[in-house]
Design a protein around this ligand. Structure first.
Ligand code: ATP
Length: 533
């Protein structure tokens, strides 16, 4: 990055970097351990005023822990936060109040908005409701101040609109505007995976909004797994690896492969572990066996209607579409978790008369749900138990569970998928988000079901581990498992699937195969306003 932080005698950061830019905030020597596990090791970086600095790193590298330390939620063992003109603050005693006082403003992936409240009410919940005569809420005043705040952020949104009705990028910008609403000291906006649940073209809208804020002088710390975003948005990037700073670089001049290699700490050859998404359309893909494993005809349920779908043995079929297009409902209907209103489902030539989860599992259908924390993890159990729970019968001898065999399997999976854990006996909730996701996916890859339904299988998974997961999915498909994978990551679908079904407003908008499986075509059919194109 060409900047050097030198703490002065009082611990405050020098007010300019070596490149001559004003420093906004510097963090130095952060250490943090959980018992014997060292999670952050001597982490230092600095933020330049009006610049976007990205924090990148593989799963379990320490990004979330560092953000929690900066937010005052987790205590560091040591470390100093410095701002120009202020004495350094000891991060070992840092609290949320200190973070606020230091001008740090956080927007997390879930945005923290109340979706059924209006924009103005959402602002008032953090800033307070203005009161009028008789201590009644002064609604007009609230709407006026909210309107002027939205104007300051160039947001074309009405204060009286219910948040749920906003498009996703506007929702994110409202959360950002709310975080920065009060004119505190020099503020630093910390964004933790803000685009993780945004559809493709909304990401561009948000990134453009952030660039504009930075040009107006806003300092931003940006945490993301998306290497393309990091490189297009950030001025500089700090890469964490195993809790330490692997590199701090100017983002210009870095490409995705170089960034991934800095994260991995080794040469990768290519980003996707093979020829990459651009040429993947040319790769031969299994066409599947002659009889469909699953056949849906005119299937309607919840938000889906009239779905026709066929999946053959060993095929990997993608389900694309915007948020709310019905992807998850379709998977859950096939899994028996949602009752169909009409239409038929046939599995291996046999009509499914009374769909239920139990019946689906008996047939060999497995679902890796989108919300792993709520629906898939056994929180109090170990990594081993979470990996083997779907295949327990394999470890039973003379009516007893052979724990050593179970643990050996888990150790192999941990190794294969590079799951970062203290060991197979570690409680699964102690793992980082991306590593928990790998555990859930691994559970069902172990089982190699007849039909594997994957809902956002690589959400929160770093780029290197994604390649590992793709390889495993291809391997189970090659061995005969049919895979239906729903993903909002369009490149992932292009990379992995021989055929992609695009849903729009609960209906099949297109079925793409061969050369037509491309980012351009998937995006084109996902959006209603381009129906005629
Ligand atoms: N309460 C805890 N006890 C023990 N270890 C923990 C605890 N919380 C986190 N860790 C460990 O700290 C390391 C860093 O985790 P962290 O969540 O910061 O990673 P991350 O970079 O945010 O990963 P991801 O990209 O998967 O979200 C991981 O190895 C994790 O297992």
């Amino acid at each position: 990055m060409g900047t050097v932080t030198t703490a002065s005698a009082d611990g405050s950061a020098d007010s300019t970097s070596a490149a001559g830019h004003p420093t906004s905030l510097a963090v130095s020597g952060v250490n943090k351990s959980y018992g014997p596990a060292s999670v952050l090791r001597d982490v230092s970086f600095e933020l330049t005023r009006g610049h976007i600095h990205a924090l990148a790193g593989g799963n379990g590298s320490g990004k979330s822990t560092l953000i929690k330390v900066l937010a005052g939620i987790d205590r560091a063992d040591s470390g100093v936060l410095s701002r120009p003109g202020h004495a350094g603050t000891d991060l070992a005693g840092f609290s949320p109040a200190h973070a606020r006082e230091a001008g740090l403003r956080f927007v997390h992936q879930d945005l923290g908005l109340l979706p059924d409240m209006t924009v103005a009410e959402n602002f008032a919940f953090t800033r307070g409701f203005p009161k009028g005569a008789g201590r009644r809420i002064a609604w007009r005043k609230l709407h006026e101040t909210t309107e002027s705040l939205l104007g300051r952020f160039e947001l074309d949104v009405s204060p009286t609109t219910v948040v749920r009705a906003l498009r996703p990028a506007d929702r994110a910008m409202v959360a950002i505007a709310r975080a920065l609403a009060d004119d505190g000291p020099e503020q630093v906006l910390v964004l933790d995976e803000p685009t993780a649940s945004l559809p493709h073209h909304e990401v561009d809208i948000l990134l453009e909004g952030l660039s504009r804020r930075a040009r107006q002088g806003q300092t931003i710390l940006y945490v993301s797994h998306r290497l393309d975003e990091v490189l297009s948005l950030a001025d500089s990037v700090t890469v964490l690896r195993d809790g330490g700073v692997a590199a701090t670089r100017d983002a210009r001049g870095l490409d995705q492969l170089q960034l991934a290699e800095l994260m991995a700490g080794r040469s990768l050859g290519t980003l996707y572990g093979d020829e990459g998404p651009a040429s993947s359309a040319a790769r031969p893909r299994p066409a599947g066996g002659p009889v469909p494993v699953l056949e849906a005809r005119g299937l309607s349920a919840g938000g889906i209607s009239g779905i026709d779908l066929e999946i053959r043995a060993g095929e990997i079929v993608g389900l694309a579409g915007l948020l709310g297009s019905g992807r998850s409902t379709l998977l859950r209907t096939i899994f028996g978790a949602v009752r169909p209103a009409s239409g038929t489902l046939t599995f291996e030539g046999e009509a499914i008369a009374a769909p239920s989860i139990k019946a689906a599992m008996r047939r060999g259908i497995a679902l890796v749900p989108e919300d792993r924390l709520a629906d898939a993890l056994f929180h109090e159990s170990s990594v081993t138990q979470n990996i083997t729970v779907a295949t327990l019968a394999r470890y039973v001898r003379w009516a007893r569970l052979v724990r050593s065999r179970e643990r050996d399997t888990a150790a192999g999976v941990i190794d294969d998928l590079r799951i970062k854990t203290a060991g197979p006996d570690q409680t699964v909730t102690r793992l980082s988000g991306g590593n928990q996701q790998k555990v859930v996916v691994a559970r069902w890859l172990q089982r190699a079901p007849r039909l594997l339904l994957l809902d956002e299988p690589t959400q929160g998974v770093d780029v290197v581990s994604r390649a590992d997961i793709y390889e495993r999915v291809r391997a189970v498909a090659a061995a005969g498992t049919s895979v239906l994978v729903a993903s909002s990551d369009v490149e992932e679908l292009v990379h992995l699937c021989g055929r992609v079904v695009v849903l729009r407003a609960g209906r099949v908008a297109a079925e793409l195969s061969g050369e037509a499986v491309s980012v351009r075509e998937i995006v084109r059919y996902s959006y209603a306003d381009q129906e005629e194109s």
